[in-house]
Design a protein around this ligand. Structure first.
Ligand code: AR6
Length: 282
């Protein structure tokens, strides 16, 4: 798969400008609109190993020695030097993260976060650990002066965390981190979905946490509403806007529990999905 540059990835501000994100007028967001946040946040559907960013986050396990899903994809793309460095890290606890180089990946660094196993913990403990993965990922990015970081949907594969809850927990923790003023040095925080269902969930729920900034008054609109050439290039690659209200594609209670033994099946499914994902499909 061809690499995807940062300037090919739309910001949330651009997605709002192009009316790609559905808004729920009956349930306005309790959060304050913030233009700087919306310029930082991106949601894309892509293979995370194709992103030319400062850091990508891996959904690893405690051993940090590779596995299935996104972990397998990252290790395959990075080459054997990655596992060599990981061996020296002495593993990592669930809810925590450790950083390595990216080796053959287009991203400079990999942040290996260990998500919770949904089926092994209480929902409260699982939520705390998932949020902690996003926080630790952001903290490590800031400590290492990374300007752009991409997260996969941690724990929603082999570890069975319900997709809608995972999306809301991730978005709320990132919002909290930014509200605490800790992410000012980060220029881009990308939620990188591999599956269309996760992409739909993020599009549906993002406005609760990162609402659009109200449109400027009519006399200011000329400059503000114009789409730049770069934005028009990105917009041209976006899929058509939805014509109906998106539904959450998954009810948590109906979710089939996956086991780690099924990790290889998941890789196979993901590989098939990756083949059908054209570059720039968002
Ligand atoms: N790019 C972006 N996202 C991806 C990619 C990719 N190339 N491949 C899969 N995903 P999972 P977990 C998505 O199972 O649930 C491993 O065996 C996938 O669609 O990779 O945290 C580890 O070694 C899903 O949305 O991670 C651990 O043992 C998300 O990545 C265990 O699985 C996470 O799915 C971790 O389980």
């Amino acid at each position: 798969m061809a690499d995807m540059q940062l300037d090919e990835i739309p910001t949330l501000s651009l997605l709002y400008k192009l009316s790609r994100i559905p808004l729920d007028a009956d349930h306005p967001s309790p959060c304050e609109p913030n233009a700087a946040y919306n310029d930082k946040i991106s949601i894309i559907k892509a293979d995370i190993t194709s992103l030319v960013v400062d850091g990508i986050v891996n959904a690893a396990n405690e051993a940090l020695l590779g596995g299935g899903g996104v972990d397998g994809a990252i290790h395959r793309a990075a080459g054997p030097d990655l596992v060599r460095e990981c061996r020296g890290l002495n593993g990592c606890e669930a809810g925590d993260a450790k950083i390595t180089d990216g080796y053959k990946l287009p991203s400079e660094k990999v942040i290996h976060a260990v998500g919770p196993r949904w089926y092994a913990l209480s929902p409260e403990d699982a939520e705390a650990k998932l949020k902690s993965c996003y926080r630790r990922g952001l903290e490590l990015a800031v400590e290492h002066d990374l300007k752009s970081i991409a997260f996969p949907a941690i724990s929603t594969g082999v570890f069975s965390y319900p997709n809608v809850k995972a999306c809301n927990d991730a978005l709320s923790e990132v919002r909290k981190f930014l509200d605490e003023g800790k992410g000012d040095g980060l220029q881009r925080i990308i939620f990188c979905n591999f599956l269309q269902k996760d992409q739909d969930i993020y599009y549906k729920h993002v406005s609760k946490h990162f609402p659009p900034v109200p449109a400027p008054a009519p006399e200011e609109t000329n400059a503000a509403a114009k789409t730049s050439t770069d934005e028009a290039d990105i917009a041209a690659k976006l899929p058509d806007p939805p014509t109906s209200e998106p539904k959450d594609p998954e009810e948590p209670s109906a979710k089939k529990q996956k086991t780690e033994a099924a990790a290889d099946d998941l890789v196979a499914v993901d590989k098939d999905e990756a083949k059908g994902t054209p570059k720039g499909e968002l």
